[in-house]
Design a protein. Structure first.
Length: 115
């Protein structure tokens, strides 16, 4: 049972990346899903979250209007579409799945925004 992120890399300011987080051994439909990030020297920050209860996703103020969290219809992969990237978005991004029984973290993928 694990989560595996991919899609990180180096991008110029104003560019876009799409992060993917694939679940292995469980269905993400039964979990609340989130993306977190940790920048060097900073606390871990919740970036985006989507709940099994439905409703609109939640976003950190710093990414509203630029990032979008979604999941595929096969209930295996959760995505984070990141547009208009800024240098301050540079961080290691982790996906997180949680329900009342268990929770799982991915290993993280590095995103670097630099010219």
């Amino acid at each position: 049972v694990q989560l595996v992120e991919s899609g990180g890399g180096l991008v110029q300011p104003g560019g876009s990346l799409r992060l993917s987080c694939a679940a292995s051994g469980f269905r993400i439909s039964r979990y609340d899903l989130s993306w977190y990030r940790r920048a060097p020297g900073k606390e871990r920050e919740l970036v985006a979250a989507i709940s099994t209860a439905g409703g609109s996703p939640n976003y950190a103020d710093s990414v509203k209007g630029r990032f979008t969290i979604s999941k595929d219809n096969n209930e295996i992969t959760v995505y984070l579409q990141m547009n208009s990237l800024k240098p301050e978005d540079t961080a290691v991004y982790h996906c997180y799945a949680r329900n009342y029984l268990s929770d799982y973290w991915g290993q993280g993928t590095q995103v670097t925004v630099s010219s």
